[in-house]
Design a protein around this ligand. Structure first.
Ligand SMILES: [Ca+2]
Ligand SMILES: [Ca+2]
Ligand SMILES: [Zn+2]
Ligand SMILES: [Zn+2]
Length: 194
């Protein structure tokens, strides 16, 4: 979770003022009794209203609660905000744990089959082969390898097609307000995103 937390803080720091205000607005909306902290009830209640029930599992709340005091302060909720805005909400298909660190994903479902959703597994479930209902020829890669493979595949595509995909990505990224955030994260950890 630490990596995501750091990414979230960097993302937030680089947000335009108006988006920062929006993050604060969401926090105030969640904080029903206005004590400056989000307890588990407030958290679950808000996410249910927002139809975001993938996050309502108490294990997610505990993962967000960095100092373990049983409630979320504003900084701790920034991580949630980041996960929601960046579409980084990935859960293990078998045990439903939030995939905060390295995870494994079926390469075919990720890259080749547009109609399928991604099939992601935590290290424990993949390592322990605790999954049974997936197609036999599945090749699993960890998320870093997957990113590298996607690059090779993307480069193989005709230039025109690549431009189309890039334009699509740009639109999504702009909607999520991620442009500045990505660049900042890339420079802060010394690696490049694309
Ligand atoms: Ca509260
Ligand atoms: Ca806390
Ligand atoms: Zn799992
Ligand atoms: Zn698959």
């Amino acid at each position: 979770m630490e990596g995501i937390r750091r990414a979230a803080v960097t993302y937030y720091e680089n947000l335009p003022e108006e988006k920062k205000r929006y993050a604060r607005f969401i926090f105030d909306e969640m904080d029903e009794n206005r004590d400056g902290q989000i307890d588990l009830d407030e958290y679950v209640e808000y996410l249910k209203k927002d139809n975001n029930t993938v996050f309502t599992d108490p294990s997610m709340f505990r993962a967000l609660d960095k100092d373990g005091d049983g409630s979320l302060d504003f900084e701790e909720t920034i991580t949630l905000y980041y996960i929601m805005e960046s579409g980084r909400a990935l859960f293990c298909k078998t045990c439903n744990t939030f995939l905060a660190e390295v995870y494994f994903s079926c390469f075919q479902c990720f890259c080749l089959d547009e109609s399928a959703s991604t099939y992601d597994l935590c290290c424990d479930c993949y390592g322990g082969k605790k999954f049974t209902d997936h197609h036999d020829d599945a090749i699993f890669c960890d998320n870093y390898t997957l990113l590298g493979k996607s690059r090779s595949l993307a480069l193989e595509a005709p230039v025109q097609k690549r431009r189309e995909v890039l334009e699509k990505i740009e639109t999504i990224v702009q909607v999520a307000g991620l442009v500045v955030g990505c660049a900042a994260i890339a420079s802060s950890c010394g690696c490049s995103i694309m």
